[in-house]
Design a protein around this ligand. Structure first.
Ligand code: PMP
Length: 393
């Protein structure tokens, strides 16, 4: 039976990690893996999370089962950050904890499918796991282009997708800090998107994996809030793995917005049943740490300061890269200053990407995606010089 299984292609990014680890050049640069790095190239545990974990260890008196919805205190304490302090939408929203943003996307797609969605429109390129999850759940993926060749969001394509969507279609959008392009919709574009969703009644699935890493906590969800205010129903996937640095602890949340508060019980019971069949319950530790941190003013302040530092560091890197392009045009970096988050796509050929790796010890995804946070004061100039070398006519 099992011998019928065909080998699957190795994950390209994991292969890149291995190659990077095996490279003995001291000045090698890793721009592949999608984690935040400090100016020293480290991905430390947040100070606020360390404090919260300490309190969790001191005070937790049981590890008995919770339930498919996980830590409801965690789910509630996040809500004001996502939906706004006193959003009138809150009575129409119900949430549950999930294993990372991945678990939340999985639940969103599976619940949509259970409600009758058969096709999901997805802007490409996208986080590769989006298409994998859609395929695994068994809904059809319809793609539209996320960005224009000029490095801006392709508003006509997304509006076209929403307007062409049928009654059993949904449209999946990134809330902020688009992975892999870093290209987000502008406020005006979000207005148009919200209006298109409102006109057509198409179900939005909104994936927020990097809140606070783009322009600011509120700024990064302004577009999502705009859509939510305009539509009757929506599904929202959320990850705390980047903005709380909890990656391997798998911390996420899934929120359902219904037409009427009275419908939430039935909707959430379906999501609970799906979670039960998938993972039964989410892991507790990271979600509990986020709940503790956000329930304490001091820890919340420490977390916000840490997030501010991360955001401004990435902004400085982006500004320096764009400035380098102004000084010596042709590097393909000029749009980075107006883009957001961890990622950017560089217009490099396969050969140029290989040359960066082999001749300059600079590792990036084969798509040309770089993790901006892999650059810092100590290696940015080397990166710019290497880019100039491989792109010179
Ligand atoms: N959505 C997007 C757009 C992502 O980029 C990611 C992670 N890279 C996720 C969801 C899932 O994040 P998590 O690690 O919390 O599962």
């Amino acid at each position: 039976m099992l011998d019928k299984l065909e080998a699957q292609p190795a994950d390209a990014l994991l292969a890149l990690i291995k190659m990077y680890a095996a490279d003995e050049r001291a000045d090698k640069i890793d721009l592949g893996v999608g984690v935040y790095r400090t100016n020293d190239g480290a991905t430390p545990v947040f100070r606020a999370i360390k404090q919260a974990e300490q309190r969790l260890i001191d005070e937790q008196d049981s590890k008995s089962y919770l339930g498919p919805e996980g830590d409801t205190g965690f789910v509630e304490v996040l809500q004001p950050y996502i939906f706004g302090e006193s959003s009138p939408l809150l009575p129409r929203i119900e949430g549950m904890q999930t294993p990372g943003g991945t678990g939340a996307v999985r639940l969103a797609v599976a619940l949509a499918a259970k409600a009758g969605v058969t096709r999901i429109h997805l802007g490409t390129p996208s986080w590769p796991n989006h298409a994998q999850i859609l395929g695994d759940v068994g809904v059809e993926t319809v793609t539209f282009s996320h960005a224009t060749s000029g490095g801006e969001a392709d508003i006509d394509a997304v509006l076209g997708a929403i307007r062409s969507a049928g009654p059993s279609d949904a449209v999946l959008l990134h809330g902020c800090c688009h992975n892999p392009t870093g290209i987000d919709y502008t406020a005006d574009q979000w207005n148009a998107i919200a209006a298109a969703f409102a006109e057509t009644g198409v179900l939005p699935i909104l994936d927020i994996a990097y809140q606070g890493l783009g322009l600011g906590m509120d700024e990064d969800v302004a577009g999502v809030r705009n859509v939510l205010e305009a539509v009757p129903e929506a599904l929202i996937a959320y990850s705390c793995d980047k903005n709380f640095g909890l990656y391997r602890d798998r911390v996420g949340a899934f929120y359902m917005m219904a037409k009427e508060p009275g419908q939430l019980g039935a909707i959430a019971s379906n999501a609970n049943a799906l979670a039960r069949a998938n993972w039964s319950m989410p892991p507790d530790h990271g979600g509990a740490a986020v709940r503790i941190a956000l329930s304490d003013e001091g820890m919340t302040k420490v977390w916000q300061d840490e997030l501010d530092d991360m955001r401004s560091r990435m902004r400085r890197v982006r500004d320096r890269l764009a400035a380098a392009d102004n000084e010596a045009p042709g590097l393909g970096l000029s749009a980075l200053a107006s883009q957001n988050g961890l990622f950017a796509m560089l217009p490099l050929s396969k050969e140029q990407i290989v040359s960066l790796r082999e001749d300059h010890a600079i590792y990036m995804a084969g798509s040309g995606r770089i993790n901006v946070a892999g650059l810092h004061a100590g290696n940015t100039e080397k990166f710019i010089a290497a880019l100039a070398d491989v792109t010179k006519g």
